[in-house]
Every structure is written in C-alpha cells, then in structure tokens.
Design a protein around this ligand. Structure first.
Ligand SMILES: Cc1cc2nc3c(=O)[nH]c(=O)nc-3n(C[C@H](O)[C@H](O)[C@H](O)COP(=O)(O)O)c2cc1C
Length: 178
C-alpha cells in the first residue's frame, strides 16, 4: 500500500471545528395535517438502517417545534437543487404568521402511512412515525421510524442540496471504491 503524506495542520476552536465538518443534505420537514408547517432543517441524521430511524434537530423557539411535540409523525422531504429559494423561504419565515405551503408555492401531499403532509416538489419523501425526542445542547432531536418512502422516477442523489453553516453545496461525482 502506498503511503499518503501526513497533512500539516493548525489549531481550530471547538465550534469552528464542528462548522468545518463537510456538508450534509438539508431537508424540508413537514408536520401536521389541518394545521401544518414546513421547516428547513440542516440538523438531519440517519440513526439506524435496521430498523430505519432518522432524526431531526429543531430549536424550541420554532413554530414547527410545537407541532412536532403535538403530532405523532412527520415527513422528511429531500429538496432538489432547484428548490434552493424555497428552502431559504421555509428557513426564514415562521408558520406562526404564514402558511408556508402557500407562501412558497409548495404542494401538500397526504401521507400514505402518516397523518402529516409531504412536499410534492421534493425528489424523495420519507414518512416517519415519531419514536422519541430528547434535548441535546441547542436542539431538540426528534427521532422517527421510517415507515414509507416515495421517490422520483428519475431519482438521482446527486440532485440533493447540501448545507453546512450558512452555505449550500451541490454533490460532486460518485467515487467507486478501487
Ligand atoms: C438552510 C437552513 C437550515 C436550517 N436548519 C435548521 C435546523 O436544523 N433546526 C432548526 O431548528 N432550524 C433550522 N433552520 C431555521 C428554521 O428553518 C427557521 O427558523 C424557520 O423559519 C422556522 O420556521 P417555523 O417557525 O415555522 O418552525 C434552518 C434554516 C435554513 C435556511
């Protein structure tokens, strides 16, 4: 095996270090049926594959937090790059004052196995039943068991919108293991 050169480094503060971790997908979380809201969420993670469990981190001051507390389920929707402006709107306006589906021109779609709505314009809809929530630092994490998914016929992961610390990214090329 050929050796790779050790990389020269400089010190970095703890918070800056976390912000330097490469981007992950930003998602649109939809929660509720009659009273519903959409929120842009960068704090998204896969917690388990078997069973499939995902988690979203939401701050308690959000209107969607109240709905996430009240509802038994939510949907995680993966926006394509072309939805960047709508993601920014969902991530700046509050559902307390506006219907974000209407405001952003996004289509609420009924869940197949959940009560909460999904976002019709997203390339992947993930239906989640709420399992538990816990507070960790500045976010409350809601874990959901994935019970159903709807995927675009021409689904391509490379179309997803990546995000970290105020900056959006597009995915690069897929690398095959040598
Ligand atoms: C790209 C992006 C990512 C965001 N990620 C999160 C997040 O992970 N958790 C969170 O609580 N808020 C996050 N926000 C902020 C909320 O989306 C924003 O405060 C929103 O207006 C809350 O809406 P609501 O009051 O209807 O819940 C993010 C905003 C943007 C633009």
């Amino acid at each position: 095996m050929t050796m790779c050169p050790e990389i020269e480094k400089v010190d970095r503060g703890a918070i800056e270090t976390v912000s330097s971790i490469p981007p992950s997908p930003v998602v649109l979380v939809a929660v509720g049926e009659e009273e519903k809201d959409i929120i842009a969420v960068g704090m998204f993670n896969i917690f388990s594959f078997r069973p499939p469990i995902v988690g979203i981190g939401v701050t308690a001051s959000r209107h969607s937090y109240k709905l996430l507390e009240e509802c038994q389920d939510f949907s995680v929707n993966i926006p394509g790059k072309e939805l960047l402006k709508k993601v920014l709107l969902c991530g700046s306006k509050s559902g307390r004052n506006v219907d974000k589906f209407k405001e952003c021109g996004l289509t609420p779609v009924k869940g197949k196995r959940i009560w909460s709505m999904k976002v019709g314009e997203c390339i992947l809809n993930v239906e989640c039943k709420k399992l538990e929530s816990f507070e960790k630092g500045d976010h409350i994490w809601f874990l959901g068991q994935v019970v159903h998914g709807d995927v675009a016929i021409d689904y391509d992961q490379a179309k997803a919108l990546m995000y970290r610390d105020g900056e959006f990214w597009a995915l690069g090329e897929s690398l095959r293991a040598p």
